[in-house]
Design a protein around this ligand. Structure first.
Ligand code: ASP
Ligand code: MG
Length: 401
């Protein structure tokens, strides 16, 4: 008898019929001889509605109250799902994050899980109950409710799977991980399997199938992570440890991320401590910097360009300007009409000429490259956001078909 954690996203619990459908699936899994822990998101659109309400009331909502508010969507769906399971003759109990002691740090709206007390869950499972847990939320050491960042229910599910040593199935509205967004590239292919590392790059690159932290956690604890749909009976994609087959494929995915903005700080003195001062101040404000590019200096001065989430642009710009002033830098410029387009594949480690082919493909489409960054298994370029889809199409054709 295996223990399985299943996570159902907002569209899977979007209305009463769909919740009933989830209840049936859960009971089917249980009838097949498994113990089941279910994590659910809020009904689709609900978290956005709550976020809007907060923003209507306040220009800069207090973090604690914001989390107190936006965590409520999941309280509705856990109770409804437990009711639906009971209505079908099953046994189920629902739990909020704090009721199964999902403790986090105090970084409101992007809290990290520190620990989970699995004993409550084990007690219920032993009584043959389905355990339904609210995704996206936890509690900090002071007893404040926290949330884990948008899409955070995935991370709740993986954290529970790690704590319970279970497999993890993520049910979403797509039936697996694709080589590109099928809305942009209609002939994108579904992958049977993908490595944690590739998925991490693709998730962070804006392939919105899984929250990035959930993949990090799955990799750390080696939790096999299945991406499936709750609407059909089809095989999904498993995110797992890298193997020999995966190395043969040079590029496994092409993605575009339109959620970043860039900031350029001009004429920085080329001496120790300058980058430190700038990025320490961004780190202090909990701003996640992604690409960072600094050129070799000329006449003792250099330029630094970096990207950050669009939502942090105002804040980051203010900090960059104030640090810039302190250290006597030149102009600070920003743009948010950018997209980061990337190709990802573990096979890149052992193949040469991949970057050249990428740049040539973009040149043929007359797409200008504003920034470039690479890792062992990824090449990313920043382009004008209006050209992102064209870039993804061309790169998919060139590398995948
Ligand atoms: N309900 C939260 C959100 O919309 C968490 C989740 O769905 O994973 O971001
Ligand atoms: Mg999601």
């Amino acid at each position: 008898m295996a223990l399985i954690v299943q996570k159902y996203g907002g569209t899977s619990v979007g209305d009463v019929d769909r919740i009933r459908n989830v209840a049936k699936r859960v009971l089917k899994t249980q009838a097949a001889g498994h113990q089941v822990v279910v994590v659910v998101s809020a009904m689709s659109g609900e978290t956005n509605r709550l976020v809007d309400l907060a923003n209507k009331i306040s220009k800069d909502p207090d973090g604690r109250e914001y989390d107190q508010l936006v965590s409520t969507g999941e309280q509705v769906t856990i109770a409804l799902l437990a009711l639906a399971i009971r209505d079908l003759g099953g046994q189920a109990r629902s739990f909020l994050g704090h009721q199964v002691r999902i403790t986090t740090d105090s970084a409101f709206s992007k809290a990290r899980i520190k620990s989970i007390d699995a004993s409550v869950i084990h007690d219920d499972l032993a009584k043959n109950h389905v355990v339904v847990v609210a995704g996206f939320q936890g509690i900090d050491p002071e007893g404040n409710i926290t949330t884990l960042g948008r899409g955070g229910s995935d991370t709740t599910a993986v954290a529970l799977a790690a704590a319970l040593k279970a497999d993890c199935e993520i049910y979403t509205d797509v039936d697996g991980v694709y080589t590109a967004d099928p809305r942009v590239v209609p002939n994108a292919k579904k992958l049977d399997k993908i490595s944690y590392e590739e998925m991490l790059e693709l998730a962070s690159l804006g392939a919105k199938v899984l929250q990035i932290r959930s993949v990090e956690m799955a990799m750390k604890y080696k939790v096999p992570l299945w991406v499936k749909t709750s609407f059909e009976e089809v095989e999904g994609t498993v995110v797992t440890t890298e193997d020999k087959d995966m190395e043969k494929i040079v590029v496994s995915g092409v993605s575009a991320d339109k959620n970043e903005a860039k900031i350029a700080v001009r004429r920085l003195a080329d001496r120790p401590g300058i980058a430190s001062q700038l990025f320490e101040s961004l780190a202090g404000a909990n701003i996640n910097v992604d690409m960072i590019i600094q050129n070799v200096s000329e006449d003792g001065f250099t330029d630094l360009t970096f990207t950050i989430p669009k939502t942090d642009l105002k804040n980051a710009l203010r900090l960059a300007e104030s640090v810039g002033k302190e250290i006597g830098a030149g102009k600070v410029e920003s743009a948010d009409n950018i997209a980061k387009v990337s190709i990802v594949g573990v096979g890149m480690r052992s193949h040469s000429g991949v970057a050249a082919k990428m740049f040539t493909t973009l040149a043929q489409e007359k797409i200008n490259i504003q920034m470039i960054s690479t890792s062992e298994i990824k090449i990313s370029v920043v382009v004008d956001d209006k050209q992102a889809d064209a870039a993804v199409k061309a790169l998919h054709k060139a590398f995948i078909g």
